[in-house]
Design a protein around this ligand. Structure first.
Ligand code: ADP
Ligand code: ADP
Ligand code: MG
Length: 461
């Protein structure tokens, strides 16, 4: 086992990794930008190294600075968390060249899955169903028009290097395609430095169902069930749950096996997620594989009782998985809500600021993953997610009740958050019935925001 790991991230995921390391008796080295000198991950780590100014490109994305910190502080491995360098194949390669174990799959695997158009091709070869679409990338909007004609409208134009819901556009008619294509390509170039685009059929109002995968270096590949992440804003997840109401035991088995086949096809190692969209007729289609630990991983940890970060570290150290597929049992129901410092009434605009006061809920079946504390100032340079509330209960309705209770207890003062919106979602009949799909929030946002403005709500403010 490693003696010392560098945690190449910030915020709640850095804290999450440090906690796992502590429990395993592994020392940690935190890295931080000058904006994060008072951050929680810096205080919890065994040691901390400043790696540059606030801008992520100059600190958390500065590969030389991160690697230098790792080597000079005597680390044997690097945990990249999510975001930042976690899906950077070049960084994974550089770690290896510096004799550091990158806690994740190899650079080649990251490369092959990070190119979403190429990943589709690999999945087709592995017999995993993919959304009908282009063979690899399209050169220009003219070629996109031809593919769209073949697969039929509506279509989704997607950036091959895309992530976080960026670089994608829905297109319903040929007339609107060229402009949408240019806009998506420009966004992809700005966000990812890569404007390669591909075309998929737009699956109308699907559910987003993803499978958690764990693979070790000895060739064992297992899945840990699914997460339903259909509550999304701008193609980005807001609430996640496991198990999904949309899956029968039979469908779960088939999709789980497809996810394992996907991981095997690329020679996967570590924790990963295979994402699918599921249509109204229960057809499922691979959309992408995320080659890292995911924001919503605690939902799976709650229903399986397996510590995924601990397992990542064990696998990276060369140990076999500590469980078999047969030993994975989904127990009860877990739901996560992401608390972001943002204003749902203003297009979910990020609203960083000083945390005047914060109080987190607790009690039976409650988990809070956060790096927030009283007085901590959110930097505009980083992601707006400030906390994740996760509940676990014997069944879905009890989990919903528990999460409502948690949101009633939660206090975050200093900036707006999406907590009230999440609370209202938990009372929506479509959510309660479990029949929602990825169009839920778009469809109901106005109505939910109206509800938030009830006079009785504002009376005591
Ligand atoms: P990202 O890398 O940004 O996460 P994904 O390919 O995972 O991109 O897509 C993000 C979300 O966009 C999905 O969860 C789903 O809601 C929606 N989406 C993606 N592809 C399609 C599609 N072909 N049809 C319908 N919805 C899609
Ligand atoms: P997920 O399915 O895990 O939400 P996404 O593809 O939506 O995956 O995005 C990856 C996650 O990484 C997002 O939740 C986002 O908040 C996080 N992320 C992306 N870029 C950054 C960044 N620069 N700093 C911190 N977190 C980031
Ligand atoms: Mg995705």
């Amino acid at each position: 086992m490693f003696h010392r790991i560098l945690v190449a991230n910030r915020g709640e995921i850095a804290v999450r990794v440090i906690r796992a390391c502590r429990e395993m008796g592994v020392e940690t080295v935190a890295v931080y930008s000058t904006a994060d000198k008072d951050a929680l991950h810096v205080q919890l780590a065994t040691k901390a190294v400043c790696i540059g100014p606030p801008k992520a490109a100059d600190s958390y994305l500065n590969q030389t600075a991160v690697l230098t910190a790792a080597v000079e502080s005597g680390c044997e491995a690097v945990h990249p968390g999510y975001g930042f360098l976690s899906e950077n194949a070049e960084f994974a390669d550089l770690c290896r060249r510096c004799a550091l174990k990158f806690i994740g799959p190899s650079g080649d695997v990251i490369r092959s899955m990070g190119d979403k158009a190429a990943a589709r091709e690999m999945m087709i070869k592995a017999g995993v169903p993919v959304v009908p679409g282009s063979d690899g990338c399209v050169a220009d909007s003219g070629e996109a028009l031809k593919v769209a004609e073949q697969v039929g409208y509506p279509v989704m134009l997607k950036a091959s290097a895309g992530g976080g819901g960026r670089g994608m556009r829905r297109v319903f008619t040929p007339e609107e395609l060229p402009a949408a294509f240019d806009a998506a390509r420009a966004e992809a170039e700005a966000c990812f430095g890569d404007g390669s685009m591909y075309v998929e059929k737009l699956i109308l109002n699907p559910r987003h169902i993803e499978f958690q995968i764990m693979a070790d270096s000895q060739g064992h590949v297992v899945h840990l069930g699914e997460r339903d992440c259909s509550i999304q804003r701008r193609n980005q997840k807001l609430m996640e749950e496991s198990p999904s109401y949309a899956l029968s035991e039979e469908l779960r088995k088939a999709m789980g096996e497809a996810a394992v086949a996907a991981a095997r096809a690329c020679g996967y190692e570590g924790a990963g997620t295979v994402e699918f969209v599921l249509d109204k007729e229960n057809h499922y289609y691979f959309i992408e594989m995320n080659t890292r630990i995911q924001v919503e991983h605690p939902v799976t940890e709650m229903v399986t009782g397996i510590d995924l970060v601990r397992e990542q570290i064990r696998v990276a150290a060369g140990l076999p998985l500590s469980f078999t597929q047969e030993e994975v049992r989904l127990q009860g129901h877990a739901i996560e809500v992401r608390i972001n410092a943002e204003d749902p009434a203003n297009g979910f605009r990020p609203c960083p600021g000083k945390t005047e006061f914060v109080h987190f809920p607790g009690g039976c079946g409650v988990r809070v993953d956060s790096a927030l504390y009283n007085g901590f100032t959110l930097s505009p340079y980083y992601d707006s997610m400030v906390a994740k509330l996760i509940v676990h209960a014997p069944n879905r309705l009890t989990a919903i009740r528990r999460l409502r209770r948690c949101l009633e207890e939660l206090v975050v003062e200093g900036y707006p958050t999406g907590a009230d919106l999440a609370y209202l979602i938990l009372y929506h009949s479509e959510y309660l019935r479990g029949t929602y799909d990825t169009s839920f929030l778009e469809k109901h946002l106005e109505e939910l925001l109206d509800w938030q403005e009830l006079p009785s709500e504002g009376a005591d403010e």
